[in-house]
Design a protein around this ligand. Structure first.
Ligand code: ADP
Ligand code: MG
Length: 634
């Protein structure tokens, strides 16, 4: 292979095309913010070469002619220190003209626009985000001021070659060229400050690092030879096929970065070979950081699927449940047919069996991490806890495995970092306590400050503070943990059981007896707004609170439904009054019906604020508040 392989353009002038706006933006940002990670371009280009070979091998299963002339798939890396260039070539699938324009001129990924909205202009933060986005082919421009791509699609004649070139200045050119060989060659014209990547010695170390686990031979020119003679520099054995004991941590990490396009390493992994009636190898990775599209419905997820070492597809999502969508990895099956399609995967009972086995493996991996490396587990929880919570409702069969993995913010802890496991809570329960108490609010701060906790706090009872979007839904799915029922402190009776002493119970009864007429008057003033007005047992400092029925939709679910355009049935809570509170006493002593009603409505609005973060009619609330404040100042 010599430079004449990429022969001079045939007739026909180069056409200019503009990059999609997002590409130009990505290029601009990447070139500036990824400078400190600039060698990642090599991983990306080797990855693409390996993908291209994988794709060809797969297509050749049904059309062997595609491999004609060159049946051995390989990757060549060739530096030229004199010219200051570096080229990466594969003999894989290649691209035709339309594909080159589409794939090397746009970003096809869903959520791209959203991704760009998230960029801040802060280099440090943006480089993190860009790393999560996966920079791919365009990362070539971190080190090159000009990039040329010579490519010829498998199955097409030599005259169907294409030359793509760009200087990252908003446009690229396309022209037909004659190419004797199938596949793609990317030529980087290195920037003056990136010439080190044309240095054979430096490059060799890097190439080895980035390609050792690649399943194709990666070749470099033999050192010190005048004529071009190639040698294989990598192991050229798919990493997951090697025995666990022989794979170094760095190799696992490197392989993760290759499949996940994430330049931070993984948090943990689990590599397993299953033998017997069903045979497959899986390598599951737990990423250290959430991808930008974790909560986007159409985001790609799933494993890279291989059948007997042949790459079949990316994003095979049938092998893991939705709530484990953050896992990355590889599944290599010995039993699935090579022509397996997504549709077939959906129907195959074998797939279902592998899915439940992989789910168990993943949950085991998390359990081990939680036990052995709590620091890492905390960082996993911060990134993905809200996703794992979906499993509580989605995966009833594994619920008992998922519940111990949950971590909560708690009144027991000083700060709002979720670190309390349910087992910790049980161990700290008060004597006589029968319930696991929790409160749900918009934010951890709001949860901690919630009036519903007042009484429990005086009794030293711990309350879990929930504020993730999934929390109300999740808690609606579970009844108990380890024999103890969960109890939302904002609903129904607090069920204090033995925690309430007899004196307290008597006092509550008496208060109800004494407050009969007050309760009736308030009921009259509030009318249809509430289902009942009663004396509260859960307040000590706040005049009133609203209490939902056990099966009413809570504020969080109502907000989620509203945000998705659905009208939530309006729950009608009961108002609980703290009859010892000065404001309530003052109200009781108010003779004028109009003033009484003003106070009752104001107290009701306050309670609504604490319950849902909003009042029904803010304007009216403010007018009423000011009317009363005005009277105070007279
Ligand atoms: P990704 O690999 O995540 O799809 P890239 O930016 O790395 O994103 O590449 C964009 C697309 O360009 C690829 O999906 C592929 O279609 C095409 N491409 C890049 N490099 C090659 C190559 N060496 N051979 C064939 N196609 C390629
Ligand atoms: Mg790529």
């Amino acid at each position: 292979m010599t430079d004449s392989d990429t022969s001079a353009p045939t007739a026909g002038a180069a056409e200019k095309h503009g990059f999609q706006a997002e590409v130009s933006e990505l290029l601009r940002l990447m070139i500036h913010s990824l400078y400190s990670h600039r060698e990642i371009f090599l991983r990306e280009l080797i990855s693409n070469a390996s993908d291209a070979n994988d794709k060809l091998r797969f297509l050749a299963l049904s059309d062997p002619a595609l491999m004609a002339g060159d049946g051995e798939l390989r990757i060549w890396i060739e530096p030229d220190a004199n010219a200051g260039t570096l080229s990466i070539r594969d003999n894989g699938i290649g691209m035709n003209r339309e594909e080159a324009i589409a794939h090397l001129g746009t970003i096809a990924r869903s959520g791209t626009a959203d991704f760009f909205r998230r960029l801040t202009g802060d280099q440090q933060k943006d480089s993190q985000l860009i790393g999560q986005f996966g920079v791919g082919f365009y990362s070539a421009f971190i080190v090159a001021d000009e990039v040329e791509v010579y490519t010829r699609k498998a199955g097409e004649p030599a005259t169907a070659g294409v030359r793509w070139a760009s200087r990252a200045d908003g446009e690229f050119s396309i022209e037909p060229v004659e190419l004797p060989e199938r596949g793609t060659r990317v030529v980087l014209h290195l920037k003056p400050e990136a010439k080190e990547f044309a240095d054979a010695w430096r490059l060799r170390t890097l190439v080895r690092r980035y390609s050792d686990h690649i399943a194709f031979p990666v070749l470099m020119p033999k050192e010190g030879e005048a004529t071009l003679d190639w040698e294989t520099v990598n192991q050229a054995q798919a990493l997951w096929t090697r025995p666990r004991s022989e794979v170094k941590d760095e190799e696992y990490e490197e392989f993760y970065q290759h499949i996940a396009h994430d330049f931070t390493g993984p948090l943990a992994w689990s590599h397993n070979k299953v033998e017997g009636r069903r045979e497959y190898t899986s390598l599951l990775y737990l990423p250290a950081r959430a991808p930008f599209d974790l909560f986007q419905r159409d985001a790609s997820r799933g494993l890279k699927l291989y059948v007997r070492r042949v790459f079949i597809m990316d994003d095979a999502e049938q092998f893991l449940p939705m709530y484990l969508r953050f896992l990355r990895g590889v599944l290599d099956s010995n039993d699935l047919p090579l022509n397996v399609s997504r549709e077939l995967l959906q129907q195959d009972p074998e797939v279902e069996a592998m899915r439940s086995a992989l789910t168990r493996r993943a949950l085991d991996l998390l359990a081990r991490l939680a036990k052995d490396e709590p620091g890492k587990y905390a960082s996993f929880w911060k990134e993905f806890g809200a996703v794992l919570k979906e499993g509580v409702g989605e995966d009833v069969a594994n619920r008992d495995r998922i519940l111990p993995l949950l971590r909560f913010a708690s009144t027991h802890d000083e700060d709002d970092t979720p670190k309390t496991a349910l087992a910790d809570y049980l161990a700290r329960m008060q004597p006589g306590q029968e319930r696991i108490y929790y409160v749900i609010a918009e934010t951890p701060v709001a949860a901690r400050g919630s009036p519903y906790l007042e009484k429990l706090r005086t009794k030293g009872v711990e309350v879990l503070l929930l504020s993730d979007r999934v929390d109300e839904w999740m808690m609606g799915q579970v009844r108990e943990f380890d024999g103890k029922r969960f109890k939302d402190v904002a609903r129904g009776d607090l069920e204090l059981g033995a925690l309430a002493d007899d004196a307290e119970k008597d006092a509550a009864e008496q208060a109800t007896e004494h407050s009969k007429s007050l309760l009736e008057r308030v009921k009259g003033a509030l009318g249809e707004r509430v289902s009942d007005v009663r004396v509260s047992t859960r307040l000590t400092e706040t005049p009133a609170c609203l209490v939902l029925g056990e099966s009413d939709l809570g504020a969080q679910m109502r907000r989620i439904l509203a945000a998705s355009g659905q009208t939530a049935p309006e729950a009608k809570p009961a108002l609980e009054l703290n009859v010892g509170h000065p404001l309530v006493r003052r109200m009781e002593a108010t003779a004028g019906e109009a003033e009484f009603a003003d106070l009752a409505l104001l107290i009701h609005d306050q309670a609504r604020l604490a319950e849902s973060g909003a009042v029904a009619n803010p304007g009216e609330f403010v007018r009423r508040l000011n009317r009363l404040l005005g009277q105070l100042m007279q």
